[in-house]
Write a protein that binds this ligand. Structure first.
Ligand SMILES: Cc1cc2nc3c(=O)[nH]c(=O)nc-3n(C[C@H](O)[C@H](O)[C@H](O)COP(=O)(O)OP(=O)(O)OC[C@H]3O[C@@H](n4cnc5c(N)ncnc54)[C@H](O)[C@@H]3O)c2cc1C
Length: 389
């Protein structure tokens, strides 16, 4: 048996675990355990790679705004963002949904309301008889997800941290000094365990003797198709249905489409369902003239949500020195930079960074303790929490 001693043991080497581990490793010993050979194998490697400051609920939007300087390289590092822009479109039936959304002060200040004609001039495949109005967002970017993930993993290594792949956590035992964590022939003794296990985070909580918070992995399908012939499409903004029934955007010479599906799933290696692929094409064709002869590629991944769709970040109420970093939903790339700094501060008992607060984050919105009022049976799973919320 190999024994490793560390301050923080992070379970999961996706964007959440990698960014947090890099942040903490500047002054602490950190080990990351990843069950797969490749740390980006699950949600992190399957995203749409969009940074949109309109996407998600208020805490998500605050964290995304607070991550902008990092992705643009304005904090002195590399840039991981390319200009993309976004158009949140509404049909005549959806105008009230668009107005409700635009009434939120942070959304209003980040967008411009444009009419259907302007929306169609920016993305000529949009149908003039469909799009009534749109919100134009200029601060939307395509992210280099792989580059960002590797950046955090390199930083972790340079600061003396370790990533062990192919090392699934099999048991977690609270001891006098902290935690004894086992994976095959490896034993890790850690003062603190960090649960960044994505779709598996509630399973990890159960292994540690903590109550699950009711996380629900939801499958989302992504489809690549050939762009329409003869149109210069590479600079089109991402087009997002205001009620999130579909979205599409240019992606390396193809068009990326999604039906914005959220099918509940067990934690697993997700695969696309043929029906969802067809629905993606059908929904986009409802709003745009896009002949599709062939789907070049499709995939699916799990976006894992807490019942209120905000991330779950902080120490558990029951299990000692057990820290949650889960529930990033469909926003774990665009929020990673600010979420990692916020989580590191909370893990070390320090104040949340002031720039993140200034962007409007209320830290209590992330606390795992917010679920304890409604969760009465210690081992109730996700569906039970959904029924309550
Ligand atoms: C189709 C799709 C589109 C998306 N689009 C966007 C987007 O445009 N913008 C955006 O910001 N986000 C987007 N997302 C969401 C984003 O991908 C996720 O929020 C983010 O990747 C979550 O990161 P994570 O590290 O929490 O999860 P993961 O990347 O899933 O990492 C968790 C890791 O934990 C490991 N693990 C689990 N159990 C164990 C164990 N017992 N032992 C060791 N390791 C374990 C897993 O192997 C996994 O690698 C999208 C997701 C999908 C699927």
């Amino acid at each position: 048996v190999t024994i490793i001693q560390t301050d923080f043991l992070v379970i999961g080497g996706g964007m959440a675990g990698a960014s947090f581990a890099a942040e903490l490793s500047s002054a602490n010993r950190v080990v990351v355990l990843e069950q797969e050979e490749q740390p980006g194998y699950h949600a992190t490697g399957r995203s749409a790679a969009l940074h949109s400051e309109l996407y998600g609920n208020a805490p998500i939007r605050a964290l995304t705004r607070a991550s902008r300087a990092f992705v643009l390289g304005d904090e002195g590092g590399e840039s991981f963002a390319q200009p993309r822009g976004a158009l949140y479109i509404a049909s005549a039936d959806q105008l009230s949904a668009l107005e409700r959304f635009a009434a939120q002060p942070d959304v209003a200040s980040a967008t411009e309301l444009v009419d259907g004609k302007e929306a169609c001039s920016r993305v000529p495949i949009l149908r003039a008889d469909y799009v009534e109005a749109a919100l134009r967002e200029d601060h939307a970017f395509d992210l280099d997800v792989h580059g960002m993930h590797q950046h955090f993993l390199r930083l972790l290594k340079a600061r003396g941290g370790q990533l062990l792949c192919d090392t699934p956590v099999q048991s977690l035992e609270a001891t006098a000094y902290g935690w004894r964590v086992r994976s095959g022939e490896v034993e890790i003794r850690a003062s603190t365990v960090v649960n960044a296990a994505g779709a598996w985070a509630d399973d990890i909580a159960r292994l540690a003797g903590a109550s699950p918070v009711g996380l629900m992995p939801r499958r989302r399908t992504a489809v690549l198709v050939d762009p329409p012939h003869g149109l210069a499409f590479a600079a089109w903004p991402a087009v997002v249905d205001i009620e999130e029934q579909f979205y599409f955007k240019p992606d390396a010479g193809k068009l990326f489409l999604s039906p914005a599906d959220e099918t509940p799933s067990e934690p697993c290696d997700a695969y696309p369902d043929e029906l969802d692929v067809a629905i993606a094409v059908d929904r986009v064709q409802g709003a745009a003239d896009l002949p599709v002869n062939r789907v070049s590629h499709s995939w699916a991944g799990l976006r894992t949500f807490a019942p209120d769709r905000s991330p779950v970040v902080g120490y558990d109420a029951e299990a000692p020195r057990f820290f949650w970093l889960a529930g990033q939903g469909g926003y774990g790339i665009q929020t990673a930079a600010a979420l990692a700094r916020t989580a590191a501060a909370l893990a070390l008992g320090r104040p949340v960074p002031t720039d993140v607060l200034d962007h409007g984050l209320a830290p209590d919105a992330l606390s795992p303790l917010r679920f304890r009022k409604t969760l009465t049976t210690p081992h109730a799973g996700g569906p039970a929490m959904e029924a309550l919320s």
